[in-house]
Each structure stands twice: as structure tokens, then as C-alpha cells.
Design a protein around this ligand. Structure first.
Ligand SMILES: [Mg+2]
Length: 267
């Protein structure tokens, strides 16, 4: 008997699906559309903001559901099923997080945190690798606060320890550290799947990432995929059944997805 199941692809964007420096994905645009036309769901799961992902959707020409700001919110579940909520917010707002941070963290440690929102435009542009409209969309954050840390590894651990008491966390991205609520890509992925399973019993999940902040997401999925990133090597944390490629994004994305789909068909 043929087993019918739905495939959900949760994917990081920068460095996984989008070129790490140019943020382009023209080479795989048709492949993305082909997957979607076959009934596969693609769900961006990224540190990017809602505005940035809506722009990505616009460039793709499709309306994809998504997880934004490192798992702080889920949008577009209603696109999968009309009965599901349009938006699920899993985080406190950024002003609340920043207030706690400013009240609890000793000033010597605070001084080592260079908030991106306090930098001048030129510096912001350098940090994010974005300009003008795209920079503005990246800065339009609701739940997470990016910064550059200018302390030692020990300082960082100390900072982490202090803010954890108030359920605040540091999440390493490709370019910045984000101060966040107790959210993660993995947690948002699990919640997303839980909602999706209300109407679909047989679900297989693929997750694609390229960096530290994707590892928890990769570990929580049926078919974890790692796109090549020369600034990141997976040494300390083994992931079972990891699918890898020696190509960077965007081509590497198509590579790992093709391998994952072959594996799914064999299962
Ligand atoms: Mg990435």
C-alpha cells in the first residue's frame, strides 16, 4: 500500500538557501518552485525579520509560511490550513528584553555589547552587509536585539549566565549575536509541526542550515541537512544521519534537498 505523507522543509536563509554574501538565489529559484508545485512545503526558519522574509517571498513570487527572528514568531499557518492561526508569537517584545538586560547586567559587561541599533548607518551597513531598504528591513525587529560583543569568551559566558536567570539568551548568528527570549528555531519548528499534524498525520521534516544557530533545528528534524560554510565546521556536536554537501549556498541547498528526498522515498 502506498503511504501518503507530507514533506515540510524548514530552512535557514542566509548561507543556506541564499548566497552568504550576495543574498541571491536565482540558480535555484526554479527548483524551489518545482518542489512547491509537487506539494512540498518550504518554510523559511531564520533570524531574519518578518519584513525581510516577506521581501524574500516577493522575490520568489510565492507566499510561504515562515518562522522569523530565531523562532520568536510563526506566520502563515493559515496558508496550510484555513483553520490554523495566522500568527503565533512565542516571545516577549524586544523592549521588555532590553529593559531586563539593562537592569540586571553589570555596566562593565554592558559596555562590551555594541548594539547595532545604536551604530551609525555606515557601521550598520557593514555589520549586516546590507544597504538602504534592505538594511531598514533588517533593523525592523520586534523580538530580538542584535549586537557585536567586544569581550572575551569568559565575559560572554558570564553574560550568558546572568541573563539566563531572567530567561534571556544569546544566539550566535552568522554576523551578529542576538539577545533573545527563550526561543529557538527548533522550538518553533516543533510547534509548527504540532499544528500541521492536526490535519496531516504522516509528516516528514527536512531542516537545512549552515551554522551554529541551526544545530538545534537540525537535531529536531527527520532529515537534517548541512550546507557547506567555510567559516563553520561541525566538530563537537554529532548529528545522526546528517546530509552534507561540499557546495555552499545556493547550489548546496538544492544538493542536500535532492539527497534528502531520495532518502525519504526509500523510507
Ligand atoms: Mg545561516
Amino acid at each position: 500500500m502506498e503511504k501518503v505523507f507530507k514533506v515540510l522543509i524548514f530552512t535557514d536563509l542566509d548561507g543556506s538557501l541564499l548566497h552568504r554574501d550576495t543574498f541571491k538565489f536565482d540558480e535555484i529559484k526554479d527548483y524551489l518552485k518545482l518542489l512547491i508545485s509537487k506539494g512540498i512545503f518550504i518554510i523559511p526558519c531564520t533570524s531574519k525579520t518578518e519584513r525581510e522574509i516577506l521581501e524574500f517571498n516577493h522575490e520568489l513570487g510565492l507566499n510561504l509560511p515562515f518562522i522569523c527572528e530565531n523562532g520568536a514568531a510563526i506566520s502563515g499557518l493559515e496558508l496550510l490550513n484555513i483553520d490554523l492561526p495566522k500568527e503565533l508569537i512565542l516571545s516577549r517584545e524586544k523592549d521588555d528584553l532590553l529593559n531586563i538586560f539593562k537592569n540586571k547586567v553589570p555596566i562593565n559587561l554592558q559596555n562590551k555589547c555594541k548594539w547595532v541599533f545604536e551604530m551609525d548607518k555606515k557601521k550598520q551597513s557593514l555589520v549586516f552587509g546590507l544597504e538602504d531598504k534592505k538594511l531598514k528591513m533588517a533593523l525592523n525587529r520586534k523580538y530580538t536585539i542584535p549586537f557585536i560583543f567586544e569581550g572575551t569568551k569568559n565575559d560572554r559566558n558570564e553574560l550568558s549566565r546572568i541573563i539566563k536567570k531572567d530567561n534571556l539568551y544569546l544566539q550566535e548568528g552568522g554576523r551578529v549575536i542576538n539577545l533573545t527570549d527563550r526561543v529557538s528555531k527548533a522550538k518553533a519548528l516543533r510547534i509548527f509541526v504540532r499544528f500541521f499534524k492536526k490535519n496531516n498525520k504522516n509528516v516528514k521534516t527536512i531542516a537545512v542550515g549552515d551554522n551554529y544557530n541551526d544545530l538545534d533545528m537540525l537535531k529536531t528534524t527527520d532529515f537534517p541537512c548541512l550546507v557547506f560554510n567555510d567559516k563553520f565546521t561541525l566538530d563537537e556536536i554529532p548529528i545522526d544521519n546528517l546530509i552534507t554537501t561540499n557546495k555552499p549556498s545556493p547550489e548546496g541547498w538544492a544538493d542536500v534537498i535532492k539527497m534528502a528526498l531520495v532518502k525519504i522515498d526509500k523510507n
